[in-house]
Design a protein around this ligand. Structure first.
Ligand code: DON
Length: 304
């Protein structure tokens, strides 16, 4: 049996005093003041055992990690037509890149780049009665924690500076791939990104992907096949133009966010969340990537 507490404590010790920690995202002004020294790790095994170290219990902005959760909510409700509106190919481009969208007639490359997530937001708005509230309740139910909230200041900060996302949404609308108004769709999208969670809550939220879709949801649970597909998309698209590097270094399906969180999982085994707000040039947590590389190397637990 692996001594998981020892493994994550060792990784935390190896990296906690690192000077080169990357840069905190400041294109969303409200995120610019987060202390770059924060660093937490939380591991949850499928049998319910948990291991944690560092700042695992502090809330942070999950940002793009939310894209996996909106996809997981939308897919069981819209299983047939979803893949006609968004593709499943890696983009090889940054998360906010626009030129491929125009080249490919408004069909985003995948649901984890911004344009793809904006289409999924539109799908949910069309399907849900109270979209923001219903999605927040879905996340709360998956984690079994009703304290999870949107950070309204972060959502508003992104609304005021989200020029790229307005461009993407307007292109999608022009190509007929948004049913709802651009402002309504982006309001939902900025709020989903502004959800705050701890590493512990994230590890719990992602258990369904490690568990063939099964979790505590009473309705709208993913099928095993849908969970398999979402894991494949995380592996190939979860880190944008660094997805190959993440597969090469870490070897797990996962998802990053510009708040500095990364969550990754090994089906049938565990979920692991890391938070360090300093980002590398590709917008992924610099220490987070290193911590997960050390974790899969030390434990030899990866999909490869
Ligand atoms: O739309 C944006 O730019 C942000 N709300 C989310 C981007 C993000 O987290 C990219 N991930 N690494």
């Amino acid at each position: 049996m692996i001594d998981f507490q020892n493994v994550i404590d060792t990784i935390h010790n190896n990296l906690k005093d690192e000077v080169n920690r990357g840069l905190v995202a400041d294109y969303i002004p409200e995120l610019a003041d987060i202390d770059v020294q924060n660093f937490g790790i939380h591991l949850r095994l499928l049998n319910g055992q948990t291991f944690a170290t560092g700042d695992w219990n502090k809330k942070f902005s999950i940002q793009s990690i939310s894209k996996v959760l909106t996809l997981a909510m939308a897919l069981p409700m819209y299983p047939e037509n979803l893949w006609q509106r968004v593709d499943v190919e890696p983009s090889g481009n940054p998360f906010n890149h626009l030129s491929l969208l125009e080249l490919e007639n408004g069909i985003p490359r995948n649901p984890l780049i911004n344009a793809g997530a904006i289409v999924i937001a539109d799908v949910l708005i069309s399907l849900l009665e109270n979209p923001k509230e219903d999605f927040l309740n879905y996340v709360r139910e998956v984690v079994d924690d009703h304290t999870i909230e949107f950070n309204q200041k972060v959502a508003e900060s992104e609304r005021l500076t989200g020029y790229n996302n307005y461009a993407a949404a307007n292109l999608l609308k022009a190509y007929g791939n948004l049913e709802n108004d651009v402002d309504v769709v982006l309001d939902f999208y900025f709020h989903q990104c502004a959800i705050e969670m701890t590493c512990e809550q994230l590890s719990k939220a992602f258990i369904m992907f490690a568990n063939h879709g099964a979790c505590c949801l009473k309705t709208n649970q993913l099928s095993a096949s849908q969970a398999k597909r979402i894991n494949a998309i995380m592996l190939t698209c979860g880190f944008y133009d660094e997805a190959g590097e993440f597969a090469f270094e870490v070897g797990l399906p996962g998802k990053s966010g510009v708040g500095g969180g990364i969550v990754a999982l090994l089906p049938n085994h565990f979920t692991i969340s890391v938070w360090s707000p300093g980002l590398n040039m590709k917008g992924n947590s610099l220490l987070g990537m290193q911590a997960l590389e050390q974790f899969t190397s030390m434990t030899k637990l990866s999909i490869f």
